[in-house]
Design a protein around this ligand. Structure first.
Ligand code: GLC
Ligand code: CA
Length: 560
């Protein structure tokens, strides 16, 4: 077996199975639904799929709470369906990346059900159990705050102790300091690799090593459980023990990661992960992922540049604008603009794609992004289904009811259900997602924004994505070239211009973030031979003679 580093040439499509396509009329997306759309993925040109969790789960967090790692969620189908889907992907030259959620299990997992029973149960030490503080022992063992709000500790009557959960109380954290836990993880990774899986997206992987003794921390304990003392050791052990024996890839979800840390995680000689998702570009536009900030293009550009330069030849980046935890990019980055209309929506969805996907790294497109889907409109709190959003609303109601309006407004902008509304396949009932009313509301704009419409419109976002993927495929300048920005546009708040260069071959990208004409000097494209590889307007003159960019205009040029 030879490691081919295929992840550097991958263009990955993320599927959130619950919302992708329902095949059996229960309002919930499923694996046979995915099977019915394999040709769609093939035509798009992606060569890998990241599938959000499809394992057995009571669905407190839509599958990110796993009760059996080796079987498929009832609502999604069977292992036989999964095998058929995997074969179908492979036949089309598409690899499959599964979600690996091993910071925590479901509280309904056999390990946790055992662990709860008694202090001397053989599974006790698979999790973190601690005595409470205070006279009555009812105060949580430390001051850590859950990612979903509130304490990370939940009291359990059976043994009179608390267990640790960084996410919901139904997601108890696994104790990676226990070698048996690490063995279990290695075995389940092997199980899926032997079934033909090509890689893993490692959920919240930077949290798996906690500071021994679980002491109080600053900032709700982040410093005690993020990039903990044994993280690199555990990742290397997993890599050497199993991942290195297969030609597979890994991408770690790495909240709070800095460039320096990302190099430690992804440097090839370190044998840990292949790539990471960093969150700095998201943080530039929202605090803690939940408090939206006014979009700042200059800051966003600087974050991009910092990561491009910082990881060059030292690590490997992931390029994304959306996923199942983030709002839709046209809504987040663009619709604040009062000029927004459907035409601008299409132009800006294309422009954002160009701004990001010609950087160095592995690109990810999230289902629906390729047709320019927008945020869902929440009418009231009952429209929220996400465990995190609901918990925030519950805490606000209990401790700060006066903040309700603010919280609703924040969730409208950055709430996780925004991107989880059903995929819009057609103008038919329920957007062609299901015959019955789906588990989460369909976006009201589905008659205008849907795949069938996009297929019939040569100027659609979808057709643009197909071109973009084709242009990027196999392009060595995009894969390996340096990154730089012409100094005169580096500080622009309106335009984003960058160059990639390899062996004196260049790719130059120019994007207008604004819904109006912005002065631009086409001479940055150079005076030599050039070719427009991609643009979202008709280009009527020599790009070198351009004096402005039109609303949300973007261009990708090849220059010698
Ligand atoms: C990751 C997932 C998110 C989930 C959390 C807990 O951040 O992307 O959806 O809620 O981990 O597993
Ligand atoms: Ca279904």
């Amino acid at each position: 077996m030879v490691k081919t580093n295929w992840f550097k040439d991958a263009f990955i499509y993320q599927i959130y199975p619950r919302s992708f396509k329902d095949s059996n009329g229960d309002g919930i997306g499923d694996i046979r639904g995915i099977i019915s759309k394999l040709d769609y993925l093939g035509d798009l040109g992606v060569n890998a799929v990241w599938l959000s969790p499809c394992y057995k789960s009571p669905n407190d967090d839509n599958g990110y709470d796993i009760s059996d790692y080796r079987d498929i969620m009832d609502e999604f189908g069977t292992l036989e369906d999964w095998k058929e889907m995997t074969d179908g992907l492979h036949k089309r030259g598409i690899k499959l990346i599964m979600d690996l959620v091993v910071n925590h299990t479901s509280d309904e997992h056999k390990w946790f059900r055992e662990s709860k029973k008694s202090k001397d149960n053989p599974y006790r030490d698979y999790y973190f159990w601690r005595k409470g503080r205070g006279k009555d022992g009812k105060k949580p063992p430390n001051n850590w705050i859950s990612r979903f709000g509130g304490s990370v500790w939940k009291y359990d009557e059976t043994t009179g102790e608390f267990y640790l959960h960084l996410f919901s109380p139904k997601q108890p954290d696994l104790n990676w300091d226990n070698p048996k836990v690490r063995e279990e993880v290695r075995d389940l990774v092997k199980y899926w690799l032997d079934l033909g899986v090509d890689g893993f997206r490692c959920d919240v992987i930077t949290y798996i090593s906690k500071v021994p003794g679980l002491p109080n921390g600053k900032l709700g304990g982040d410093d005690m459980f993020t990039h903990g003392p044994n993280i690199h050791k555990y990742l290397r052990e997993l890599n050497d023990g199993i991942l290195s024996k297969y030609d597979c890839m890994t991408v770690g979800e790495a909240a709070g990661v800095t460039v320096e840390q990302a190099i430690l995680y992804t440097g090839a000689e370190r044998r840990e992960l292949d790539t990471v998702f960093q969150f700095e570009q998201v943080a530039a536009n929202a605090f803690f992922q939940v408090v939206p900030r006014k979009i700042n293009y200059l800051k966003t550009k600087r974050v991009f540049a910092k990561w491009q330069r910082g990881l060059y030849q030292k690590g490997w980046n992931s390029l994304y604008l959306e996923n199942h935890d983030q709002p839709r990019c046209v809504s987040r980055y663009i619709t604040d603009n009062p000029d927004m209309d459907n035409n601008f929506r299409k132009l800006s969805a294309k422009m954002l794609a160009v701004a990001v996907y010609f950087q160095q790294g592995t690109p990810y497109v999230y289902q629906g992004q390729e047709i320019g889907m927008t945020n869902l409109k929440f009418r009231d709190e009952n429209d929220h289904s996400d465990v995190m959003s609901k918990n925030i609303l519950r805490l606000v109601k209990k401790y700060a009811p006066f903040l309700k309006g603010y919280a609703m407004n924040a969730l409208q902008k950055v709430g996780r259900d925004n991107a989880r509304s059903p995929m819009q396949w057609s103008a038919d009932k329920n957007a062609g997602f299901s015959d019955v009313e789906p588990w989460l509301r369909v976006n009201g704009n589905y008659k205008e924004i849907n795949v069938a419409e996009a297929l019939s419109d040569p100027d659609s976002v979808l057709n643009f994505f197909k071109k973009l993927i084709a242009v990027r495929k196999g392009n060595e300048v995009v894969r390996d070239g340096t990154y730089s920005e012409p100094p005169r546009y580096e500080n622009s708040r309106d335009l984003y211009v960058y160059e990639r260069e390899l062996n004196s071959k260049k790719i130059i990208v120019a994007c207008n973030f604004r819904g109006k004409n912005i002065d631009f000097d086409g001479s940055v494209f150079g005076s030599g031979e050039s070719e427009v590889l991609l643009s979202n307007y008709k280009i009527e003159k020599n790009p070198a003679e351009l004096r402005s960019l039109r609303p949300f205009e973007c261009l990708v040029l090849r220059a010698e």
